[in-house]
Design a protein around this ligand. Structure first.
Ligand code: IPM
Ligand code: MN
Length: 359
């Protein structure tokens, strides 16, 4: 039997409770496909920070590096100033583990949960490949004359040819493997960000023309992209974009796929340690109430197995991932009233049980 090591960071708020349900489902799916997951839990998050005054211990990154995958609940604590945990844990891990891709599927499982008129699962099924290590997220910039009337704040978007190229290549490969419309759209802002997206656009066409002639290339500005998410989501197959735009458009993506309760993503280093998470945050007001929707975390677990299958060239994890998705679809369509916390018709644990049973 093949076994895989999984690092688990439950994190803050509702993170631990949704991760518990994800593990419940992962274990059932693993057993069915004859594989085993060995979990090691880490207590990183707001509570640990408030207790120890240390955001991440020095050993953390090297400890996590030993794992092929990390399953993350949520980071964000109401008693900690915004930015400290996000930067100190989430962004630090994304950067230091070189998870240079943030993969965010936007897939609607049941048309009852889509806020768009006349759009259903056939129309809403695309993937956003968000660059995850550069852009406005590097922390490059600073203040001049801080606190005076002449204050200047500069926050720079960093775009390296290497960083852009590896992201684009991942997106082209992904589009080929996905094999839907074989269409990759670059989402940018070439009419204003004439340096950053000039580099992106040149690299996009050079790489596409040379190495991916089978993939259709399209371009759209980010503002137009948000309009089409609402108006014509069926136009999209795979979208590649920078870190900031990817952050913004995937929240809109989450809404059209039914909300934060179902949206999952992977922070991917194809050769290294990748980290999978529900993208909704820690939702502190629902903590411990058994009302939060665990499906996003369960879907993150599915993405994690799918990634393990690719990374280890193994069939079983990919089959287990597909079984989880099928079970989620069945549960969503046949059982749940809504995907929102407290309004599902079932509690957090019960939804986990339903998916586990469907697997
Ligand atoms: C996300 C989140 C993070 C981001 C925050 C919490 C730093 O919004 O994963 O999309 O901006 O990347
Ligand atoms: Mn975000």
């Amino acid at each position: 039997m093949k076994s895989y090591d999984v690092a688990v960071i439950g994190g803050d708020g509702t993170g631990p409770e949704v991760v518990r349900e994800a593990i419940k489902v992962l274990d059932v799916a693993s057993k069915k496909f004859d594989l085993k997951l060995n979990y090691t839990h880490f207590d990183f998050g707001g509570d640990r920070y408030l207790r120890t005054k240390e955001v991440l211990p020095d050993s953390a990154v090297d400890d996590l590096r030993k794992f092929p995958v990390v399953l993350l609940g949520a980071i964000g604590h109401p008693d900690v100033k915004p930015g400290i945990l996000e930067k100190g844990i989430l962004l630090r891990l994304r950067f230091e583990l070189e998870q240079y891709i943030n993969l965010r599927p936007v897939k609607l499982y049941d048309e009852r949960f889509c806020p768009l008129k006349d759009k259903g699962p056939k129309e809403i099924d695309f993937v956003v490949v968000r660059e995850n290590n550069e852009g406005l997220y590097t922390g490059s910039g600073g203040f001049v004359f801080k606190g005076t009337p002449n204050e200047i704040a500069i926050q720079e978007s960093v775009n390296t040819r290497r960083g852009v190229e590896r992201c684009l290549r991942y997106a082209f490969d992904y589009t080929r493997k996905r094999n839907k419309d074989k269409k990759l759209m670059l989402c940018g802002k070439t009419n204003v960000l004439t340096y950053a997206f000039d580099l992106w656009e040149r690299a996009f066409h050079e790489i596409g023309q040379k190495d991916y002639p089978d993939i259709k290339r399209e371009y759209a500005h980010v503002d137009a992209t948000t309009m089409w998410f609402v108006k014509n989501p069926e136009w999209f197959d795979v979208i590649v974009t920078d870190n900031m735009f990817g952050d913004i458009i995937t929240d809109l993506g989450a809404m059209i796929q039914g909300g934060m309760g179902i949206a999952a993503g992977g922070n991917i280093n194809p050769q290294g340690t990748s980290m999978f998470e529900p993208i909704g945050g820690s939702a502190p007001k629902y903590t411990g109430k058994n009302v939060i929707n665990p499906l996003a975390a369960i879907c993150a677990g599915g993405l994690m197995l799918d990634f393990l299958g690719d990374r280890e060239s193994a069939e079983a994890p990919k089959k287990a991932a597909a079984a989880i998705e099928t079970a989620v679809i069945k549960t969503v369509r046949e059982k749940l009233k809504t995907l929102a916390a407290g309004k599902m018709g079932y509690g957090t644990k019960e939804v986990g049980d339903l998916v586990a049973a469907a697997v």
